[in-house]
Design a protein around this ligand. Structure first.
Ligand SMILES: [Zn+2]
Length: 435
């Protein structure tokens, strides 16, 4: 008889052959590959399809175990890397070893992973906001020289993201980069990496601006998920923008930290080429259905637009750090993130988030020049949309707050040019010009 609140043990035994992933990480399961020297090179990845593909779990993101021990048996000439820290490595007498990795923090189940290969190790220590962070790197033996040079970017990433988001969220479990045969995934405290020790993403600049080739996209993006995805986790897949919008946005914060604000803005604007505006960013609740791929670049541009509205970079940074403090190691709903930002900016951002997260239209600043006046309003938007915006009239800055009804502003000189600030993700459209 179990009393309410008692803690008991439950043993679940299971066996079988897990699904093979044909295209990791987009197709979930186990990939059984070989490295260049014909050694086994095995990895799991299951974002989207769910971790229950290969281990029994409550396959829903709302609940996370408070800790986890992951014990894996593999051929003795190889090694396995999972999340957290290696508690024990056992030599068995049948030509195998068993690794026991322990994660001391709550972990989302898609973040649990197994990586078996002929790995070699190097490590260093990052002196961060919470003290010494152990950084461990596990790569294939023949890539060690390249990796040692290239993975110096890990410290740069930690420095930039601690500045913007606050302390790395898993000091207790350490930070690891583990080489895999697929591009990469944000596995908690064992970020997997397969971007070929090159900058960009698969040799490509996702922003088309040149800045995307100045850093390793996979190293920066997947590690960034330690803050948004692993520490702050969506409670429902429909709210996956909490993971991807903030981390697509973090790429430009990384550019900002090292190359300055204008470079970062250029990077973010450059990613607009990836937006399709086909479906809303927020998906369907309760049925494991994330929204549109626009959660990446459009989400990033939404947050970049928000930075313009707030118009106070230090305040914006404190909000990003505040989110990581308030929702540290928790699963959250979209509205908690939205309300937190509204509260801390003092702005009612409900219609702003409705527009960008739950609608596919690009809000349009419609204007007319009529006898010494500019008349303006928002169209192509949700009903109560009233975002303020920077508009340059004759190169002079005006903060306007349009809504869906015509408003007017007198301008003493004749109006030669009207330009909406390009860092707002909006369209603009002149209707008539009668001077
Ligand atoms: Zn991502």
């Amino acid at each position: 008889m179990q009393k309410q609140g008692d803690i008991q043990n439950l043993l679940v035994e299971f066996a079988g052959k897990p699904k093979v992933s044909r295209r990791p990480p987009w197709d979930g399961g186990v990939s059984w590959r070989k490295d260049e020297n014909d050694n086994h090179f095995i990895a799991t990845a299951n974002q989207g399809d769910g971790a229950s593909l290969w281990w029994p779990c409550k396959d829903h993101p709302y609940d996370e175990p408070d800790s986890m021990l992951i014990s894996i048996t593999f051929p003795e000439n190889l090694m396995n890397f999972s999340n957290g820290r290696l508690r024990k490595l056992e030599q068995n007498n049948d030509g195998t070893k068993t690794s026991n990795w322990f994660v001391s923090s709550p972990i989302n189940n898609y973040g649990v992973n197994v990586n078996i290969g002929n790995y070699v190790h190097f490590s260093d220590v990052f002196k961060g906001e919470k003290g010494n962070l152990d950084c461990d790197y596990w790569v294939l033996d023949y890539n060690k020289t390249k990796a040692k040079k290239h993975f110096k970017q890990a410290h740069k990433m930690l420095e930039a993201f601690e500045y913007w988001f606050g302390p790395y969220p898993f000091y207790e479990d350490g930070y690891k980069l583990v080489e895999v045969s697929y591009p990469g995934m944000e596995h908690q405290s064992s970020v997997t990496y397969g971007n070929g020790y090159k900058n960009g993403f698969g040799g490509r600049d996702v922003s088309n601006t040149g800045y995307g080739m100045k850093f390793d996209f996979i190293l920066v993006h997947e590690s960034g998920h330690e803050w948004f995805a692993n520490s702050i986790t969506n409670r429902d897949e429909a709210d996956m923008w909490i993971h991807e919008s903030f981390i697509a946005y973090s790429e430009n914060l990384y550019v900002d930290y090292f190359w300055g604000k204008e470079a970062s803005a250029e990077y973010c604007r450059g990613t607009r080429m990836n937006i399709s505006n086909n479906l809303s960013i927020v998906g369907i609740y309760g049925v494991n259905y994330p929204g549109s791929g626009d959660m990446y670049s459009k989400g990033a541009n939404m947050l970049h637009t928000l930075r313009q509205i707030i118009d106070d970079d230090e305040k914006w940074r404190q909000i990003l750090r505040g989110l990581n403090k308030e929702f540290y190691h928790q699963t959250v709903k979209s509205e908690q993130i939205e309300n937190f930002i509204s509260e801390h900016t003092g702005l009612n951002l409900q219609s702003f988030f409705d527009q960008y997260l739950r609608d596919t239209r690009i809000p349009t600043f419609e204007y007319a020049l009529v006898k010494g006046e500019i008349r303006y309003k928002w169209t192509n938007c949700v009903n109560d949309f009233n975002m303020k915006i920077k508009v340059y009239i004759n190169d002079e800055l005006h903060w306007l707050q349009p809504n869906k009804r015509w408003q007017r502003l007198s301008i003493e000189k004749s109006i030669k040019t009207v330009n909406v600030d390009k860092d707002f993700y909006v369209a603009s459209f002149p209707l008539i010009e009668i001077e």
